[in-house]
Ligand binder design. Structure first.
Ligand code: CU
Length: 279
């Protein structure tokens, strides 16, 4: 985006793939250049002091001290620049992320639950409605705790480790954790948030480039933390619909949400509806 993008690239930051990411990149770039300038300035001053007050020169204490105001001006400038960065850029950008959520209808809502050491994703399925969830239903085969008796949850899609989203549509993520504190980090989307047990934390982004991106855990969460990775696939709308269909069929063929009490047999008279004219 800007010609200053050198440092971010040099530090190995992947190219941005979200609508707001370039703003984060600008702040990072500026901070890196600013810190680089401070580092050079302080280093030069340090070397100057080492030489100027070396032992062989027999320096004598000066009881008057520094009389010029240059250090005051310099330090005030640094504080001013940092205040502008924080109050003028960082806080407004953060406020936008946490206050200005896209309207629910326009966005794709996904539930994400971290667990040692993987990510579970939960989509509402073809009916667009999430099934009821309850802590009491959580098990290894039902990581999101879907209520097996709620019809809205029958077509829900739960995947482990891989999430698909359509490009150019806002994605709202509702984040939680099954065990310890994790951190749902999408480096390419320039967004991260802690997943805290007992809380549902919202975050959002809009992917602007199709592709396959890494999902990582940004919070040291146990021995397997470094392997806690997932995949975010940003599809074209057509590819996304195809994936949804495939997942819905898969869920249907496997008998809807995995449950602790699968006794809905007599209640669901839908034996693979086959509208074949010949019987
Ligand atoms: Cu983790």
């Amino acid at each position: 985006m800007s010609s200053l993008a050198l440092i971010n690239e040099f530090l190995g930051q992947p190219p941005n793939a979200s609508s707001h990411g370039y703003q984060i990149d600008h702040i990072l770039e500026f901070c890196h250049w600013f810190m680089g300038a401070l580092f050079l300035g302080w280093s030069a001053f340090f070397i100057f002091v080492l030489i100027r007050f070396r032992k062989s020169r027999r320096p004598v204490a000066d009881h008057a001290g520094v009389t010029s105001g240059i250090s005051t001006h310099l330090e005030f400038s640094v504080v001013l620049i940092e205040a502008v960065l924080l109050l003028g850029f960082a806080i407004p950008l953060w406020a936008k992320r946490v206050n200005q959520f896209p309207p629910g209808k326009e966005a794709l809502v996904v539930h994400v639950a971290g667990q040692q050491f993987s990510w579970n994703f939960h989509l509402p399925g073809p009916d667009g409605q999430f099934g009821r969830r309850g802590v009491g239903f959580v098990s290894n085969s039902n990581p999101m705790g879907l209520d097996p008796n709620d019809p809205a949850g029958k077509d829900d899609i739960v995947t482990l480790g891989e999430l698909h989203v359509p490009v150019n549509r806002p994605v709202i993520i509702e984040l939680s954790s099954r065990d310890v504190i994790h951190d749902f980090f999408l480096p390419d989307m320039r967004i991260a948030a802690d997943a805290i047990p007992g809380s549902r934390i919202p975050m959002w982004f809009t992917p602007i480039k199709t592709g396959t991106y890494e999902v990582i855990c940004g919070q040291l969460c146990g021995l397997g933390h470094s392997g806690m990775k997932g995949t975010l696939v940003v599809d074209t709308p057509a590819d996304y619909q195809a994936w949804l269909k495939e997942r819905a069929e898969l869920a249907g063929s496997q008998g809807a949400p995995p449950a602790g009490a699968p006794k809905a047999e007599d209640k669901s008279p839908q034996p693979a509806a086959s509208p074949s004219p010949n019987g």
